[in-house]
Design a binder for this molecule. Structure first.
Ligand code: HEM
Ligand SMILES: [Cu+2]
Length: 552
């Protein structure tokens, strides 16, 4: 590709430090959260783990959900963004702001973790009122968001610098995708910031006596659904731009990729009511509009499935694969990054179908608040995103640090273990959910009160899956620690992206999908259409409210 900034410098020591500082928080959060996870899986199956109690369970589920879904993901995504931007422009600007944002977010994580681990904030990662947490929980999470805004600003700046340098040539697909994700985050985080600043923080400090749960939930899901795309877009970025290269192939269509990320920017936010189908106080017509938009947003994911499969087929055939499916075998499964992503995609395939069930207005009532829900999102954020991120670190940490990937054999089987563990954990839990097993209960027999055989086999298999997952998680953390301290070195490199299969004559030009600023504005308009009236109604109806409850 005629790439004006092709021969960029590798990351310098300051840039490397910034990237690794973000990785370190991600890995630390992941390690603690994984330890919590295995105890939860066992507890649900009525295995007597030491210290097992409802109080412990809800503390643990809160810590696990927050550390995995909010901390591990966000810090990984920020690290990846910095790496992509450094590759794009050769030098990261605004290092002071980047570090300031980092420390704001780290202080936020520390406050939040302290409040959860000292049993002052067992409110689960959705922190729905009237469950009430210690103010440090809300203030801490708000600081994490504020810290991430510094990153958003930097990403958009780097994208603009790259665009200016390139003139009529587009920036790399990875930079385009990263900027789209940063803008998406800028669009949705005000929802949760308003929930925190005007409702939950004053309420937890005692300045406000009551809070309106439906309004708070609506603001949460204004942020909560785009949050899932904030996790998935970086995974897609790696699938489009890095996977085909590591697999030895080409990206099937670059313009399709650009379109996909722009569409996500437009319609990820005005869909939040699909998490509130069962909530009173929101008219069905608005829920229906959000349903239609949700159906629309499955389109870019279907395009992605097609484009990535085609790219992989190109890779498999270039490696000599023959026949209808022979190319799958010839993919480099021994490369831990490739296999992690391939397994992540296989699990996501199932998760995608489950998601279509959740999003259907009527079917949602079958699965709402059952175990199905967390079975589903362990395939999406817990695998499609998380396993891709782990695989990406196997590739990116050695590349930028110049330290060889350590414990390679363990790294090679870790993705397979995750795949086996997650299949056991998630598939059985989906089935149990269909039988009516609730989510967020510490004992699925209700401490013996229910006929256990209802879902005994499911929760047992699920717990075994949880143990396998834990082994996989430990393997990942060990590989990372060993790599960061590895004495064996290799030359420091720069990120290389997959070449597109077809390059138009004269190279790519900036197209309509590259104009992210324009799509951001369209996104804002759609958000106003989807939210202004129902939110206005909720605000003007806010009369009763609830005091806080702290059951544990
Ligand atoms: C190490 C493997 C993992 C195991 C064994 C595991 C297991 C569990 C279990 C048993 C629950 C409690 C469900 C309930 O009672 O409702 C849970 C909740 C959750 N998990 Fe995981 N999990 C793992 C990895 C992950 C990953 C990688 C993520 C995301 C990056 C994740 C995100 C969540 C979230 C957001 C919740 C919901 C908490 C809530 O309902 O408030 N988990 N997990
Ligand atoms: Cu959603």
């Amino acid at each position: 590709m005629s790439d004006a900034l092709r021969n960029v410098e590798p990351a310098n020591p300051q840039e490397r430090k910034l990237i690794f500082a973000n990785f370190a928080v991600a890995i630390g959060a992941f390690a603690i959260a994984a330890a919590m996870a295995v105890m939860q899986a066992l507890s649900r199956a009525d295995v007597e783990v030491p210290g097992r109690s409802a109080r412990m369970y809800y503390m643990s589920v809160t810590a696990h959900g927050v550390l995995m879904a909010l901390v591990f993901t966000t810090f990984f995504i920020m690290a990846l963004g910095y790496a992509v931007a450094q590759r794009e422009t050769g030098r990261l600007g605004g290092m002071k702001l980047a570090w300031l944002s980092y420390w704001i977010a780290v202080v936020g994580v520390a406050m939040t973790a302290w409040s959860i681990l000292t049993f002052k904030a067992s409110v689960l990662y959705t922190f729905y009122p009237p469950l009430q947490a210690h103010p440090a929980f809300y203030i801490g999470l708000t600081l994490v968001v504020v810290g991430s805004w510094g990153w958003v600003y930097r990403m958009i700046q780097e994208w603009r610098i790259a665009r200016r340098v390139r003139g009529d040539r587009p920036v790399s697909l990875a930079m385009h995708a990263t900027a789209a994700n940063a803008m998406l985050w800028a669009l949705c985080t005000p929802g949760v910031a308003i929930e925190m600043l005007f409702h939950l923080i004053p309420w937890s400090l005692g300045i406000k006596e009551t809070v309106d749960p439906i309004l708070a939930r609506s603001l949460f899901w204004f942020f909560g659904h785009p949050l899932v795309y904030f996790w998935i877009l970086p995974a897609y970025t790696l699938w489009y731009t890095v996977l085909p290269r590591l697999a030895g192939g080409r990206l099937f269509s670059e313009p399709l990729g650009r379109m996909v990320f722009a569409i996500f920017l437009i319609i990820s936010t005005p869909v939040g009511f699909h998490h509130q189908f069962q909530d009173p106080g929101i008219p069905a017509s608005w829920k229906l509009l959000h349903t239609f938009l949700t159906m629309a947003i499955s389109f870019p994911s279907l395009v992605t499935a097609f484009t990535i499969c085609a790219s992989l087929e190109v890779a498999g055939r270039m490696r000599g694969g023959k026949g209808l499916f022979g190319w799958i075998r010839t993919l480099p499964w021994g490369d831990p990054t490739v296999s992690a992503i391939l397994f992540a995609m296989l699990l996501f395939l199932v998760g995608g179908f489950g998601g279509a069930v959740n999003a259907a207005y009527a079917l949602n009532s079958v699965v709402h608040n059952t175990a199905w829900v967390f079975a589903h999102f362990h395939l999406t954020v817990g695998s499609a995103a998380a396993l891709t991120f782990m695989g990406a670190m196997y590739w990116l940490v050695p590349l930028i640090s110049g330290r060889k990937l350590a414990l390679r054999r363990i790294a090679q089987i870790q993705p397979l273990l995750w795949f086996i563990g997650m299949s056991l954990f998630s598939f059985t839990t989906h089935l149990a959910g269909l039988k009516g097993l609730p989510r967020r209960v510490m004992s699925t027999s209700y401490s013996g009160a229910l006929p256990a055989q209802l879902w005994e086999v499911h929760t047992l298999l699920s717990a075994i899956g949880g143990v396998v997952l834990f082994v996989s998680a430990v393997a990942f953390v060990f590989v990372m620690i060993a790599t960061f301290t590895n004495k064996q070195t290799e030359p420091v490199g720069t990120i290389e992206y997959a070449e597109p299969l077809h390059v138009p004559e004269g190279g790519f030009r900036v197209m309509i999908w590259d104009r992210l600023g324009f799509w951001f504005v369209i996104g804002v308009v759609l958000v106003i259409i989807a939210y202004a009236i129902p939110l206005y109604d909720l605000i003007s109806l806010e009369r009763f409210g609830s005091p806080g409850f702290r059951p544990y």
